[in-house]
Design a protein around this ligand. Structure first.
Ligand SMILES: [Zn+2]
Length: 119
């Protein structure tokens, strides 16, 4: 009997995963990114975001590495969206800075995007 690589339960003869678990895993990642994006852009409570992410992470079989990659991806998408018009408003910068501070992304990610940007 093979075990499901997501939930660790028996998956059946010659099977390595449950379809439902794989689906949760894939959908969880999309939701993860959406949640982060909408929280930054909508200026929502980040404490609440991090609680939501934690439960999503557990229910979608995501590990810490997935978490970091998804946060980075979502952040990336937010930054391209915000910079679409070629300008960074003070309000936009505040939203992004707030998120960076909260997720402690400051050191590596933030300066990379904004070091050449002046306003
Ligand atoms: Zn499973």
């Amino acid at each position: 009997m093979g075990k499901c690589k997501f939930c660790g339960e028996k998956a059946g003869f010659l099977k390595k995963k449950h379809k439902e678990c794989e689906l949760k895993f894939n959908e969880g990642q999309l939701k993860y990114i959406e949640l982060i994006k909408s929280s930054i852009l909508g200026n929502r409570d980040l404490q609440e975001l991090s609680e939501n992410l934690l439960s999503l992470k557990q229910s979608s079989f995501l590990n810490d590495e997935h978490h970091i990659n998804l946060v980075t991806d979502a952040f990336d998408q937010v930054v391209s969206k915000v910079l679409e018009d070629g300008m960074l408003s003070v309000a936009e910068e505040e939203k992004i800075t707030r998120f960076c501070d909260f997720m402690q992304l400051g050191q590596d990610i933030y300066p990379f995007y904004f070091k050449n940007l002046k306003h």
